[in-house]
Design a binder for this molecule. Structure first.
Ligand code: AQP
Length: 338
């Protein structure tokens, strides 16, 4: 980034592959809201990423609107940030192909998310799932975005985006044409874990519905899931070091800290020595307080499909106006006839 002279821009996206959950909120969307006043922000619903695993077409449309509604319900303002669906801007796919020819197989072979998602039967995974990080590099660089707010699980993909940008700049002898995008990961909530297994990340596609708190869960569902959350029999320690080796306890304390905008140490100063019989109801009250109003607004917005579609369409037009000239420059650099 050091020598890049272009404007600072923020880009991030979430896949419409299921319901929006607390991990997406704390790891990504809450940062989107914080950034929109200070930066030029592009927030997309990455439907082209979602189809790297099978999505029923009618459901995909509904989920795309659900993610868009979640952005808005959480406070993303389409007047201040560009909100759009990835497939609505052709430039993403065009640049992704060129980047497929820049990225190296060896780089993709190292991606741990592909290994996790493809599982044991990787021969049956889609080619798209394998090249997913290349499309992600195109999503970012098609706007010459300099900053990318994401959860910790995306760190490796962001490094690949930097590698792609650097190799393109080097191979085509256009120093600093693309910025090397910086991930914005730090902070509480960067890695929210499953409520059923403190060693696995909270994920839309988790088969246990009690593993995830969804943004549209009502107060009863939130309280029930927290009550059922896996824990251990020990009381909470009075200092963070005491959470070592206790992933479920660490996760619940981390969620509390992220939502209350406190440190783990501050939470433990208050609850250290207490059992989960005391801590879980306090956590449930806090989650309901912060998340239930977002859920109410989300349901209201989801009922207005015409409005959501208009927001996405207008956002896609604004996004294309920025991306198309960048792709035109790329084609010229690569040597395509334009
Ligand atoms: N558990 C999490 N903690 C913190 N941040 C998270 N993110 C996802 N899970 C957590 C962040 O949310 C953004 C969007 O992620 P995504 O939906 O595009 O992809 P994902 O990381 O694959 O999310 P899921 O929920 O696990 O989806 P599925 O089950 O479909 O694969 C990213 O910034 C991510 O870091």
């Amino acid at each position: 980034m050091a020598d890049y002279q272009g404007p600072e821009r923020v880009l991030s996206g979430i896949q419409p592959s299921g319901g929006m959950h607390l991990g997406n909120y704390l790891g990504a969307i809450r940062k989107f809201v914080d950034l929109q006043d200070r930066h030029d922000c592009f927030y997309c619903v990455v439907d082209m990423h979602a189809i790297t695993v099978w999505q029923a077409p009618a459901k995909l449309k509904a989920q795309t609107r659900h993610i868009a509604a979640s952005y808005l319900a959480a406070g993303v303002d389409p007047a201040r940030a560009v909100v759009f669906h990835q497939s609505g801007v052709r430039a993403h796919a065009e640049l992704a192909w060129i980047f497929n020819c820049v990225a190296r197989l060896g780089w993709l072979d190292r991606m741990t998310q592909f290994k996790d998602k493809a599982g044991k039967d990787k021969e049956r995974a889609s080619v798209g799932l394998y090249t997913y990080p290349v499309l992600q590099a195109a999503d970012i660089l098609v706007y010459k975005a300099t900053h990318v707010p994401v959860g910790e699980d995306q760190k490796q993909h962001l490094e690949l985006s930097r590698d792609v940008a650097g190799k393109f700049n080097h191979d085509y002898e256009v120093p600093n044409f693309f910025p090397l995008p910086e991930p914005l990961i730090k902070g509480a909530g960067a890695r929210v874990m499953s409520l059923r297994d403190g060693t696995a990340k909270m994920s839309k596609s988790d088969s246990s519905e009690n593993a995830c708190i969804f943004l549209n869960d009502d107060a009863d569902a939130i309280a029930r899931k927290i009550k059922k959350a896996k824990t251990d029999p020990e009381p909470l320690p009075s200092e963070p070091a005491g959470l070592e080796g206790r992933p479920e306890a660490a996760n619940l304390v981390g969620i509390y800290a992220a939502l209350a905008k406190k440190t783990d140490a501050e939470v433990l100063a208050e609850y250290g020595g207490q059992g989960f019989g005391v801590f879980k109801p306090a956590l449930a009250d806090l989650v309901v307080d912060k998340i239930a109003p977002i859920g109410d607004e989300l349901r209201r917005l989801e009922a207005d499909e015409a409005y959501l579609d208009a927001v996405l369409r207008e956002g896609a037009a604004k996004a294309a106006a920025v991306a198309d000239p960048i792709v035109a420059d790329v084609k010229e650099i690569v040597g395509f006839l334009v």
